[in-house]
Design a binder for this molecule. Structure first.
Ligand SMILES: [Zn+2]
Length: 240
């Protein structure tokens, strides 16, 4: 096979390879997108669980202070009964002092209960907000998962078809040229081939190509590699 024919076949092979790279990168991007949406849902779930735990704790505090308030009211009632039955000034002052303390304790328990109730309200509002965001994130994930499933199926179909076209195209090339192409294109996501410029440079990196090699390339005698960037060089396409 003439080198010029080989170059033509390599260009076709490369077009197929670039399509395969494009499809794989699209598949990768879709996978990343879904992973990102899953992470967002999981973050909301974590936040929701934390706020639920805080809400449960605050509820427990409200109940605990409620018991203190009730106990405090019982104590005051008992002190009222005692105060109506005092027999001397000493008892009167003792009951009054205990009543003052009991009132302070009750007031403090009532304040604590009120602030715990306010915390409950705050956590409930936070929870409602997070739950709404979680619902939206879950709905978004479900929608995108269904869409991505379709896109994937279509991309995978394209990939299968390009893979079989690639095999057919590879069979058209001689082993040596194919190995060279594979070495050059390995790991590249852009063109493994470049044309010579009209002034004899690599069309990719503009490294000057020695005169003799330029002549070989133009005559189609051999495949040549650019010394600058390593791509396979082929004759310039004339604009005429
Ligand atoms: Zn180059």
């Amino acid at each position: 096979m003439e080198a010029t024919d080989t170059v033509g076949e390599l260009i076709v092979l490369q077009e197929i390879d670039l399509e395969i790279i494009r499809i794989r990168s699209e598949l990768g991007a879709l996978e990343e997108e879904i992973e990102g949406l899953v992470t967002t849902v999981e973050e909301f779930q974590e936040r929701e669980a934390k706020v639920q735990a805080k809400l449960a704790e605050a509820d427990e505090r409200v109940r605990r202070y409620q018991r203190s308030v009730e106990a405090g009211r019982d104590i005051l009632k008992r002190l009222e009964t005692r105060s109506s039955a005092v027999e001397n000034m000493q008892q009167h002052f003792a009951v009054r002092s205990e009543t003052d303390t009991a009132r302070r304790n009750l007031k403090s328990a009532e304040d604590d209960q009120l602030s715990a109730m306010q915390e409950v309200e705050t956590f409930k509002a936070d929870l409602a907000e997070i739950t709404a965001e979680l619902d939206a994130a879950q709905a978004g994930l479900a929608t995108r998962t269904a869409e991505v499933k379709k896109s994937r199926k279509s991309l995978e179909g394209e990939l299968d078809s390009h893979t079989s076209t690639k095999e057919t195209q590879e069979e058209r090339l001689d082993g040596k040229s194919l190995r060279l192409y594979r070495t050059v294109s390995n790991g590249r996501t852009e063109s493994a081939l470049a044309s010579l410029t009209s002034d004899g440079c690599c069309g990719r990196c503009y490294t000057a190509v020695p005169k003799q090699r330029q002549a070989d390339i133009r005559a189609g005698r051999a495949l040549a590699i650019c010394e600058g960037c390593g791509v396979i060089l082929y004759p310039e396409v004339s604009d005429a």
